[in-house]
Unconditional design. Structure first.
Length: 94
């Protein structure tokens, strides 16, 4: 059984988890929001790696898991960018 692809997918979640811990250090609401989004990105990568591993040799299920993973990570990335754009005070920047 090929375990390298799921392992690589799950391993890419470790830096995101480290960024989540590092960015949440100040303790402000904005920093906690950024940390939460990074932690959700890491969680989706871990779950995606598990899903690809459980798909095994069934390529259709593996493709579905990878597509769902791409959609989830991109949606969380957009959410992170919108949260960063919002700034510390909640008002949009000009």
């Amino acid at each position: 059984m090929n375990v390298y692809a799921p392992l690589i997918i799950a391993a890419t979640g470790i830096p995101a988890l480290c960024v989540a811990v590092w960015s949440g250090r100040p303790g402000t609401a904005h920093a906690r929001g950024v940390g939460l989004r990074w932690a959700l990105i890491a969680l989706s990568l871990f779950v995606g790696g598990i899903g690809v591993y459980l798909a095994g040799d069934n390529h259709n299920i593996a493709y579905g898991v990878v597509i769902a993973l791409v959609v989830a990570v991109n949606a969380l990335g957009v959410s992170l960018l919108m949260h960063l754009r919002r700034g510390n005070n909640g008002a949009p920047r000009r």
